[in-house]
Write a protein of this length. Structure first.
Length: 120
């Protein structure tokens, strides 16, 4: 697990590059915000999280039975932390956008449109 990157992942780089090419400017990995968003548009108060399907439990209920106790506990803690951080950000007036790994891989532009819509 120590080799798993937590920031500047290939997915983050793809999304950031595409947003930058479309003229959007942002900050990355703001430590003072809950959850340290992968991308943040400070003036618009939009926080973007780019989450791996496995690590953050996409569609978790359908595959959790395949995991041993260690991994089940790990992913459930990640999901609980995500929920807490998203709630804290929303209560502070931020719009929180979550982009899943599979969304980037299947239709990048549709994933970007979630961010662009929040910025409009």
């Amino acid at each position: 697990m120590s080799r798993v990157k937590s920031k500047d992942t290939s997915l983050e780089k793809i999304v950031r590059s595409a947003l930058f090419k479309q003229g959007y400017r942002f900050r990355k990995h703001l430590k003072h915000l809950p959850g340290t968003p992968d991308i943040a548009f400070i003036t618009k108060k939009v926080a973007v999280f780019i989450d791996g399907d496995f690590w953050h439990g996409y569609n978790y209920k359908t595959w959790r039975h395949t995991l041993n106790d260690f991994w089940r506990s790990k992913i459930e803690r990640n999901m609980a932390r995500d929920k807490k951080n998203f709630k804290t950000l929303r209560m502070s007036g931020w719009t929180v956008i979550r982009i899943w790994e599979h969304e980037i891989k299947t239709d990048l532009q549709q994933a970007l449109n979630k961010v662009i819509k929040a910025l409009s």
